[in-house]
Ligand binder design. Sequence first.
Ligand code: NAD
Length: 327
Amino acid sequence: MEVVFARGMAQLAERVAALGAKRVLVLAPPSRRFVEQVTAALAAFEPAVFDGAQVHVPAEVVDAAAAKLAETRADTVVAIGGGSPIGLAKALKLRGELRSVALPTTYAGSEMTTMYGITRGASKQTGRDPRVRPDLVWYDVTLTQGLPIGLSVQSLCNAIAHVISVASTGSILGTVRAEGFAATAQTIRAIEELLVAPTDLRAREDAQRGASACAAVYEQGKAGLQHQLAHLLGGATRLDHAAIHACLLPHFVAYLRETQPALVDELEAALGRPSLAAYLRDVLVRAGAPISLAALGATREAVTTALATRPELPARVALAAYDNSYL
Ligand code: NAD
């Protein structure tokens, strides 16, 4: 996998040609945000567009995109957007030989992992497969410049959650663990910079590099309860993935404070943030983002029904995130 950090798409076509691509299908959400920019940059590859990407990758969307792929005979998909179009590209790669390019516009980090998720009904299945990795990741920082500050901070909390989640399972050690803590610290610095200057390109670069490094560490570990709860609630409510992570994270850290105090001590020291749980909730407030699942629009019934299907998960973390009652 090739990873490029750039300002713009000037050499994108060259790199896509180097992959051997002849015809591309651009995968985008219904907003078609940045689609014209991508089709212009890749005009030589007769770009077609599928603009039905949705959060949590519903199976029916994968079917529709696969039909469009067959119809257009594209040999390469180019996902432009957040984890939703990038996740759709992954689901398509599972179905057969296909090249893919990711142009991330959020900080979800899916482009750096072999993990995928597909939702059928109210149930989200996740898995790992090396085939789903993009062949090229093109981080054009200008695509993130206008990401609203609330969404930016929620998405960066998703990045931080990647590291805390794998650290909580004890599955990252030594250098990888140190890299994870360093990437989290960089991401927190970027949040502070963006809260002051949301369109500053240097701050956006810090955020992009920090989040990418967090996802690369996540890839090397085993996801913990934070991710299991987020996927459970995402499948059940179809609410925005980053927003769910952001609401859960302070309560998950508070839970770790009780169950793994040494880990939280270490994190707080590495990040220079005493009272990490309260800090993670407060950055959401400062960004104007919702701090509870109820405020996101989840019903208590949807949350409790989903939790009842997974009694081994710590329901109190999700219930506290529901009404922000734990901290
Ligand atoms: P998303 O792709 O659904 O984007 C969230 C919202 O932000 C959408 O409304 C989108 O239109 C908007 N948006 C995106 N970029 C924007 C920009 N630059 N400016 C303005 N608005 C913009 O959400 P996401 O949080 O990026 O990704 C969530 C999906 O990715 C979920 O399906 C999740 O399971 C998956 N995911 C997978 C991994 C992995 O490792 N496999 C990691 C994280 C997330």
